[in-house]
Design a protein around this ligand. Sequence first.
Ligand code: ADP
Length: 819
Amino acid sequence: MGKSTKIIRKVPVVAIRGSVVFPYTDTILSFGRQKSVKAVNAAFQEDKVIAVFTQKDAKTSHPSQRDLYEIGTIATITQMMQSDGEIHAIVKGHNRIRLNKIVPHEAYLIGEVEEIKEDRVISPEVEVLAKKLTELFKKAVNLGKQAEIVTVMKLVSGQVEPVELVDQAASLLDIKTNEKQKLLETLTLKSRMKKVLEALAREINILDLEKTISQKTQKRFEDQMRKAMLREKKKTIEEELGQEGGELGLEEVSEYKKKILEAKMPKEVRKRAKKELKRLSQLSPHNPEGGYIRNYLDWLTDMPWSISTANNVSIKAAAKVLEDDHYGLRKAKERILEYLAVMRVKKDALEKIKTKLKIKGKDKTIKNEESQPTILCFIGPPGVGKTSIGKSIARALDRKFVRVSLGGIRDEAEIRGHRRTYVGALPGRIIQGIKNAGTKNPVFMLDEIDKIGIDFRGDPSSALLEALDPEQNREFSDHYLEVPFDLSEVMFIATGNVLDTIPVALRDRMEVISFPGYTEEEKYNITKKFLWPKQLRLHGLADEKIKLLSEAIREIINRYTREAGVRNLERNLAGACRKIARLVAEKKRYTKEIKITDVRKFLGPQKFSSLIAEKKDEVGMATGLAVTPTGGDIIFIEVALMPGKGKLLLTGQLGDVMKESAKAAFTWTKAHWEELGLKEDFGNALDVHIHVPEGAVPKDGPSAGVAMATSLVSALAGIPVKRDVGMTGEITLRGRVLEIGGVKEKIIAAHRAGLKTVILPKDNKKDLEDVPAKTKKDIKFVFTNRLEDVLKTAIKKWPPKNVKKVRKTLSTPSYIAAN
Ligand code: ADP
């Protein structure tokens, strides 16, 4: 055989782009390029044989041998059709060929080609692969692979020879041209089969994915369609219904009707509620106003229009409740009981009038204004039991208790509510409080009444006045509620720290009861009788019988707190209880008798380690007594001198009255230069700076006058003031000492600080009656109406016997010394 097996022939060549013609396949090709058209024509006129080669680059328009793949297919043209210079032909592939060379020819390409012998070895492996290929092809078609039905049927019949099968399948693959060309160039049957299988498997994967995606998309699309349709239907139904009954279900309407009935509203309010309900039921379903109206109806129906608790005031029972709940506070309790008694008497009188009138048959004309007493107002520092006594009053009267804080409110709307046109409008705090109480006659505590109206928009205090005024509050109007609510049965109690900042109009309506703060003795008893048992109870230690020894109580009072009330004291006791509770829970040993050492263990180091009196005396610093919002307190007034022109500098946020006191003190020293051992015109050569700590807290009032004058004299004379002498009193230009207020608070504070002597204006002697005897016992009181006496008591070795000597020894600055 030898060389003769190589068949070499010359045939017209067509270059094709974008596809590959395989043996055993029929392919439709279209030719537009002149050379191709001519080659096809020429071949068709002879033996119809043509060599088909794929171009390496589809963009090349006049390909030469280099531009063609080396392996192609020899084919016959079975049909041909010409139109508009283009030729469409069906070509049937036969065999792989190799292009040896292009022989020169003018009209078209002629190639010298060599036939490649087909590998037809059918091993068992090839057979298996062929079967697999048929299967996969079927699968691909099922997944939606596009192919001509005839071809498909032939391929899946299982009757096709593996050689043919693989090329036919390859020609149908959805892969790039260069990959197809590679398959054409794979000459062994087995590896070609494997490659085709691989490509087909990949295609199936993609088809599969595409199918699931398209199915999902389809489903989503259908869902959306369904929903859109349902929505449209719903709209139509709602529109139909809207003409009859609006959005409200019948159920909701009847629910509101029931609630309106149950609320037992006054007639006019009921009318209003029904009107709103009607409006609501006619609203279109999409109208956002529905929500507002519902909210409003809820408020209307939730108000306790006619719910009240029995109002049985038995003075005896009330006295017992107050006594049971609180230690001391004798004066406050008395005043409260008197108040309740008056309430009771008025009520009885009213009843009498009522019955009389009833007999006469004109029952309705009665106004029970008479039964409304003035409002109680508790004034005192924090933690003195104002709130807790308010609660006791409620308990004694069997009424509900509510508390509303007015601290920091600036806006009338806070009291009286926002109009309903505001988004998110609500009733004011009064109406909210009443709703929370759930009855129309609660004990209503208005906390921090001294903190309103300080910087206001609108006027909260005038709205408050209306709420408190018995003449007007029977028909209290809240902007949100719009209908009047009867507040006449509410028992209002206001509380605050100081009286001065309460607007005068409000103050006039109130009966002020002051809570001056507790002495150490009172705190001791409150702790023993109330706070300690209460904390034990709260911490689940009531059964443990733990005793707090007196020394421990006093330690906590003096070294861990410094306050007028008992709030921090209670906090510290709670702290100790927590520590014990933990020991109990951990089943560790704990003490049943708490001593000072235990207190230190539980609460850490002392917070106030030394008393004022234990510190050193200083020049230019006197101890004043003052009343602050947190109760009585001692303040140190400092004076510094410097060369200058007689200016008086005042710092520490002093109010006008306090400034004037300072000026009066300065003037007095100028007038008394001689006694003080100063030059006549000393005031022109120096500036005086008076400071009252703590700088950030505003202070006012005349009662620091005495202390300022004493500091000033001490500074000018260069002699220290006794630190343990506290003083209070207003001074005049002539050095007279005038009466001041808050004596009890001040003395309690002085006692707390450990002062030994207190200087008071003579006219305040009477106020000492209020001060507990035990406190008085520890303090020496000096009453006077002359500044000279104050100086004598407070400044060491005063008056200086030999002015000159004193001046020298005490290094008085030379610029103020007299000759
Ligand atoms: P305020 O309202 O004056 O700031 P609270 O009424 O809140 O003070 O009192 C603080 C705590 O001190 C409360 O637990 C209260 O029961 C208690 N308390 C105050 N004073 C007494 C007292 N005289 N007797 C018994 N407990 C008191």
